[in-house]
Each structure stands twice: as C-alpha cells, then as structure tokens.
Design a protein around this ligand. Structure first.
Ligand code: ATP
Ligand code: MG
Length: 214
C-alpha cells in the first residue's frame, strides 16, 4: 500500500506525520519503507538520528527524486506499506507518486492560507484520477488550537471548508499544536515513543482511521 503525505502548503506538518506514521506501522509489525522525496531531506535527517541512536523498530528509508512511479511500484512489491514524504508545493514527485498511490493524506491547518491551497490540490487530483481513479484523498487537520474556547469552532470551519470539495474527505482524527511533535524530530523519534499521552492518542487515532479505510 502506498500512502502519499502531500499538500501544496509548506510547513503543514507533512514530514512530522510521515515519520510518526512510519513508526506506528513498524510498531504494529508492518514492513514499512519511508520515502523521502523532498530535496530538503528532513525525513532523511530524522532517519539518520534514529539510526545513530539505534532506535528500534528501525525503519527503511529511501531517497528518490523526480519521477517516483517506477520506484514506488518496485517498493510496493517488497514492502507492505510505503509512506512518501514530498515537498510542500506542486512538485513532480507529488504528481508522479500520486499516480500510483492508494491514498493521499494531506495535512492542513485550519487557516485560510492553508485551506486556500485545497483548490490547487483539487485541480491536480482531478487530473491524477484520470490515471488513478481509485485514489483516495483525506485531509487531516494539523496543529489545531489547544484553546478549549476555539477548538470546536475551528473544527467546524475546517470540516465545512473541506466539504466543498467532493474529491476530498476530512479525517475524523486531528492533531493539535503540541511542542512534543517538534522536540522528538531531532532525536529520530516518534511521539509514540514518548510518555505524552495526548500526542500518542492523536497519532494512534490517525493510524487507526487510515488503516481501517483499507
Ligand atoms: N502538531 C504539531 N504541533 C506543533 N508543531 C508541529 C506539529 N506538527 C509539525 N510541527 C512543526 O511544524 C514545522 C513544520 O512541520 P513539518 O516539517 O512536518 O512540515 P512539512 O509540511 O513537512 O514542511 P515542508 O513543506 O517544509 O516539508 C516543524 O517545525 C514541525 O516540528
Ligand atoms: Mg517536509
């Protein structure tokens, strides 16, 4: 199964989600390969730290740029799950991976600047679906407010905005803004490998929701 973590917005939390999901899959006994297709190499740096710290489960990482189609297909024969992290823009890597992916998880904050990029994503997806009609696209709310006064309104706004796009589905699970997500990345860890129950619950809920969609 090929899962592309992609959106047209930089800094929306793609790499963070890619690394956390890779660990969630590995911890659940899956044979996972993390593909870093962003020349910035953030996932590769995270992986380097993980290897240096001899943290288990160890994750296989592949760096590949430009046209990802053939690499994805051959990795799909070797691994049960492939998580692809791409750059935050309309990249060749995102389009070529999308043509062979089973699903796209597109993290977005509930901010107009983030949600404004959904129209561009929709145009890309409509074209990609000509080649890959079974592609599923899920929008994941990231870095949601932790302020109880605004959580619910923000969530309703997010869901209403995503509902305008028939090609997309808003995931029920969401992630809040938590420092722990930042802190663990430089150590090559997932929040699942900390004692932060709230962050663990968020990643566990995302994992459960994505993989029950099949
Ligand atoms: N839930 C969260 N709470 C707090 N900070 C977060 C959260 N998720 C990600 N971040 C932080 O936000 C920043 C952007 O996240 P990340 O690098 O994962 O985004 P990205 O979409 O991969 O960015 P790029 O488009 O540059 O590849 C990082 O500093 C990361 O540590
Ligand atoms: Mg990134």
């Amino acid at each position: 199964m090929i899962i592309l973590i992609g959106s047209n917005k930089g800094g929306s939390g793609k790499t963070t989600i890619a690394c956390n999901l890779a660990v969630a899959l590995a911890k659940n006994g899956n044979d996972v390969c993390l593909v870093d297709a962003d020349r910035q190499g953030s996932a590769a740096k995270w992986h380097q730290e993980r290897e240096a710290g001899e943290i288990t489960p160890s994750i296989t990482l592949v760096q590949k740029y430009d046209n990802l189609t053939k690499t994805m297909q051959s990795l799909d024969d070797k691994f049960s799950h492939i998580i692809v992290d791409v750059a935050g823009r309309n990249s060749r890597e995102m389009i070529t991976a999308a043509t062979v992916a089973d699903m796209i998880i597109a993290p977005h904050q509930c901010s107009q600047l983030d949600l404004d990029t959904l129209g561009e994503l929709q145009e890309q997806i409509i074209r990609v679906m000509d080649l890959n009609p079974d592609l599923k696209v899920f929008i994941y709310q990231t870095m949601a407010s932790t302020n109880v006064q605004v959580i619910e309104n923000e969530r309703q706004d997010f869901k209403a905005y995503v509902a305008e796009f028939p090609e997309f589905k808003a995931l029920q699970s969401s992630g809040r803004y938590r420092k722990i997500y930042r802190d663990v990345m430089s150590d090559g860890l997932s929040v699942l490998e900390t004692s932060n129950k709230q962050a663990i619950d968020e990643v566990t809920a995302l994992y459960g929701e994505i993989f029950s969609h099949g």
